[in-house]
Design a protein around this ligand. Structure first.
Ligand code: ZN
Length: 182
């Protein structure tokens, strides 16, 4: 069965930046399982995987614009130290999860100067061209429920997703039968 929209795809992958530094890999962990064509993974990678079959290997470079987007310097701005709350340690390089209009997003502390904290709300991989090595392990049709929710279910149901549920990353819009917090 080949990869196309609304099929559930299992892949092993490794992700490197332009300098060849390993950023992420499924090696030594669980393979990635996602619902193709439902914005579960970056669009540029989906494009390269379209039509592939189990056993196929894909090596590709995804330009930043089709990965986590170009950097937006207007997303680098100053906030007050107080915004982080009492007793919270704030130092350059730390990352926080912020909840805004577009769901959860990672914010990186660039600099701390007294009460003034400079933060960068760009995705940590914004502006990066990404190199993927992917091996397709499995492809199956999605269930009706998975299509309704727009993501993969493990162990037969959303409330059973547990660790394998990717709801937490992007905010879950599953509705009632999902026990995710968002
Ligand atoms: Zn769900």
């Amino acid at each position: 069965m080949d990869i196309k929209k609304d099929r559930v795809v299992t892949i092993d992958y490794s992700l490197r930046d332009e300098a060849g530094k390993l950023l992420d890999s499924s090696e030594g962990g669980e393979p990635l399982i996602y619902l193709h064509g439902n914005e579960n993974i970056i669009p540029g990678l989906e494009k390269h995987l379209e039509g592939k079959n189990p056993g196929d290997s894909v090596t590709c470079t995804v330009p930043a614009a089709e990965a986590y987007g170009e950097r937006d310097e207007s997303l680098v701005f100053k906030v007050s130290r107080k915004d982080f709350g009492e007793g919270v340690e704030v130092a350059a390089g730390m990352q926080f999860e912020a909840h805004g209009e577009e769901g959860a997003q990672i914010v990186t502390v660039v600099n701390v100067n007294g009460d003034e904290v400079t933060i960068d709300a760009n995705h940590p991989l914004a502006g990066e061209n990404l190199h993927f090595d992917v091996k397709v392990l499995n492809v199956r049709d999605a269930t009706e429920e998975e299509l309704e929710h727009g993501h993969v279910h493990f162990a037969g149901g959303c409330s059973d997703c547990g660790d394998g549920c990717d709801c937490g990353d992007e905010g879950c819009d599953c509705g009632d039968d999902c026990d995710c917090e968002e």
